[in-house]
Design a protein around this ligand. Structure first.
Ligand code: B1M
Length: 215
């Protein structure tokens, strides 16, 4: 489809205002939000692969990320909408040492669209800040994003720290992001893992339905 190809190329080469316009046109023309997100995700995947092959460098990766964020600005109100009831409360952040936030933001939007209250505590979050925020906000779930393999030790340490704390029994920890998988999640004692935003929401719903009580 021509509109999706244009969005793909626009994200790939990092044209932020153009991406915003194209996404606006695509949604006005009736293209689904899901197809636009998956097109932008594919472009980011290609950006990552080109970066790995040293065909592009950090500045190109940064402008591509900015372009996707511009596109997401158009989609956000359509994803989030008006939540009618509260399914639960989720605290979300990207682990210490990791500044990637596009995936985390998308997961947060999907949670909001499914009726969860979301407390987003940002990127580069230390284990102490996760604990303080959980104590202050009393969420039923804490979702942690990790895209870099170099932060896996921080993630494992954070999960062990939270599990050993007073919130350990009450707040379930779910993880996701390109650096983690189900095996890692199991080894480090996370309560759940998902590889995309939609699956994270389904998992959260089933964890909440299985009777987690609020702290
Ligand atoms: Co970075 N980066 N980056 N980067 N970057 C990756 C992750 C990398 C795979 C690229 C590559 O080499 N192929 C690589 C990591 C390699 C590794 O660790 N093995 C990498 C690297 C090396 C780096 C730097 C170290 C580069 C450098 O400085 N030399 C540096 C690190 C900075 C830091 O964090 N300390 C860096 C920097 C950056 C930018 C700032 C330029 C930019 C981020 C901008 C931003 O986020 N604001 C960036 C980008 C854009 C990428 C790629 C190209 C795209 C990431 C993205 O946004 N994808 C990425 C390559 C890739 O992932 N293929 C790459 C779109 C997004 C929607 O997907 O985040 O995967 P994603 O989220 C998905 C799922 O993973 C899941 O749901 C989302 C939607 O379905 N999910 C969850 C995510 N979090 C979840 C939490 C959950 C559940 C599901 O909780 C339950």
């Amino acid at each position: 489809m021509e509109e999706l190809n244009q969005i793909y190329n626009s994200v790939l080469i990092g044209k932020a205002p153009e991406t915003k316009d194209l996404v606006q046109k695509a949604v006005s023309g009736g293209l689904s939000v899901g197809s636009i997100i998956s097109t932008m995700n594919s472009a980011m995947e290609e950006v990552g692969q080109r970066f790995s092959r040293n065909e592009i460098f950090l500045p190109e990766m940064m402008v591509a990320a900015r372009a996707m964020k511009f596109g997401m600005e158009i989609l956000e109100p359509r994803i989030v909408g008006e939540a009618k009831d509260t399914k639960g409360k989720v605290l979300i952040g990207t682990i210490k040492g990791d500044l990637h936030d596009i995936g985390k933001n998308l997961v947060a939007m999907m949670f909001r669209s499914a009726g969860f209250e979301v407390i987003d505590i940002g990127v580069d979050v230390t284990k102490e800040r996760f604990l303080e925020s959980i104590q202050a906000e009393t969420p039923q779930l804490c979702a942690i994003s990790a895209l870099l393999t170099t932060v896996l030790a921080n993630l494992a340490e954070t999960i062990a720290f939270l599990k050993a704390s007073e919130v350990g029994e009450k707040c379930k920890i779910i993880i996701g992001g390109a650096a983690v998988d189900a095996g890692f999640a199991e080894r480090v004692g996370a309560d759940g893992y998902s590889d995309d935003a939609g699956a994270a929401v389904q998992m959260a719903k089933s964890l909440v339905q299985s009777g987690i009580s609020q702290i």
